[in-house]
Design a protein around this ligand. Structure first.
Ligand SMILES: Nc1ncnc2c1ncn2[C@@H]1O[C@H](COP(=O)(O)OP(=O)(O)OP(=O)(O)O)[C@@H](O)[C@H]1O
Length: 463
């Protein structure tokens, strides 16, 4: 059985792939039905036209036929048709017996759908990666932070407030001493809000110099000289889109930033540094302060407008010394976490737990956590029975007469506040030492005593 010319013509016409035939200079001799379907060109508008003309008219971005003619060889390229269709084209030169090109036959396959699927797959893979990261992050948070302890009555009433407010969009101000768990509670509120699947972004407001802070918070837009296009760097306000922004120590924000932030909150949009296009805000604001924010407002430490925007609902977190029932529970939890991390379970004696319960804990939970880590590292047996420093060992009952005790507390509170503010402003131990006229060693020691975090300049991030 032989194949007739009409069979071949029928086969070419019914081929799902497009077939495009030109002569030796690229003039179209024939296109099959599939080309009309793929490119939406009509035969009568194409046959007789040179490929160069079609490219010039913008019908295609490049021509595989012309490339094959130039190279005198088979060429395969991606070709975009003006209608938005993406094709893969293989152009094959057909040679005469004397080696000159007689015709070029091109196979054209529509890959628009394939590209869309590929893009979809890439997006799904990126999402998958983001989910995996989120799971890893949550897992490590669970391992690191354990349960949020709140057995003491004072803390239980705080948790009731947090539970009530979590479901609303209301801005919350968390007021408490450093290390008392303001950040932890902010995270808890976010995790129990409608926004829990979106980012939780923390900004240490006293952590960065003003200009850097502005860029971090609002983002920036700069013209890239090499490409002539704007290079956009989103700020934390954008990164928190759909989620929660936690402004730690809000009163430490420079006044100019406070003003910009207050404007953004009231208008619902902000402008990137160097940009003039408004960017929409979609976030819930939680903030914290160590000092009485109302006092700060009266002193001019925080602008009126910003104060009223962030202080819609205030939660006061008690210092650890006012929730002593939680101390043994926290101590045990920290030991469990250490055991998980280092693979060695170590207990603690009841007598030592009682001592911990009575200690002053001026640095609050953070100080307790650090103490437990030190006791764990130093422990030699199966149970920790001693190892507190004289300061930690000093019980609140042994703080002297009530007057002496309160004087001591007032002095310590004042010292802590001054240091806290100095660290917010000057960042480094050298800066603080210089500003307060104390030695750098003393600045380090006092930061440790009051569990003040000495911040490393760096990009604040998703917490
Ligand atoms: N209720 C709690 N139960 C268990 N751990 C807690 C609790 N509250 C705080 N912590 C832990 O105590 C440490 C200090 O808490 P956190 O960082 O939230 O304090 P903070 O008030 O934000 O202090 P700072 O502003 O100095 O960072 C963290 O390790 C945190 O996980």
């Amino acid at each position: 059985m032989t194949v007739s010319l009409s069979d071949i013509t029928r086969a070419v016409e019914s081929s799902y792939d497009g077939i495009w035939i030109t002569d030796a200079i690229g003039t179209t001799l024939f296109i099959n039905e599939a080309i009309c379907r793929i490119t939406r060109l009509k035969r009568e508008n194409v046959v007789g036209l040179n490929m160069r003309t079609l490219v010039e008219r913008g019908m295609f971005d490049v021509s595989a036929t012309l490339l094959a003619l130039e190279k005198q060889d088979v060429v395969t390229i991606l070709q975009h048709v003006s209608t938005g269709v993406e094709t893969i084209v293989t152009a094959t030169p057909v040679f005469n017996t004397d080696g000159t090109i007689d015709k070029v036959i091109s196979n054209v396959r529509d890959i628009t759908e394939l590209s869309a699927l590929k893009e979809k797959l890439e997006r799904a893979e990126a999402r998958n990666l983001a989910y995996q990261n989120e799971i890893a992050r949550l897992k490590s948070r669970l391992e690191e932070d354990g349960k949020l302890i709140a057995e003491d009555q004072t803390m239980q009433s705080v948790m009731r407030q947090a539970e009530r407010i979590a479901a609303f969009e209301t801005p919350v101000l968390l007021h408490g001493e450093p290390g008392s768990g303001r950040h932890r509670l902010a995270r808890w509120i976010h995790d129990h809000s409608e926004r829990r699947r979106q980012p939780f972004i923390k900004l240490g407001c006293g952590a960065l110099p003003e200009e850097r802070l502005e860029r971090e918070l609002f983002g920036s837009e700069e013209i890239d000289d090499t490409q002539g296009a704007a290079r956009v760097r989103p700020g934390l306000l954008e990164l928190a889109r759909g989620g929660t922004l936690y402004l730690e120590d809000i009163a430490a924000l420079p006044v100019a930033i406070q003003m910009k932030l207050a404007n953004a909150f009231s208008c619902g949009v902000h402008y990137r540094h160097g940009g003039d296009k408004p960017v929409e805000l979609d976030l819930r604001v939680l903030s914290s302060s160590t000092d009485d924010l109302d006092q700060q407002r009266r002193n001019g430490g925080i602008r009126n407008d910003l104060y009223y925007q962030v202080n819609v609902y205030r939660i006061d977190i008690p210092p650890l010394r006012r929730r002593r029932k939680d101390i043994p529970l926290l101590a045990r939890q920290f030991l469990d976490q250490l055991a998980k991390r280092y693979g060695k379970k170590i207990g603690i004696s009841t007598a030592l737990l009682a001592k911990l319960r009575d200690a002053p804990w001026n640095g609050n939970i953070r100080e307790l956590r650090n103490t437990m880590e030190r006791l764990y590292v130093n422990s030699e047996g199966q149970t920790i029975v001693s190892g507190l420093s004289p300061a930690e060992g000093a019980t609140h009952a042994a703080e002297g007469t009530p007057e002496e005790a309160s004087l001591k507390r007032i002095l310590e509170d004042t010292e802590r506040r001054v240091l806290q503010q100095a660290y917010s402003r000057y960042e480094t131990t050298y800066g603080v030492a210089n500003a307060l006229g104390i030695s750098q060693t003393s600045a380090v020691r006092k930061a440790r005593k009051y569990a003040i975090k000495v911040r490393q300049p760096g990009r604040p991030g998703v917490a």
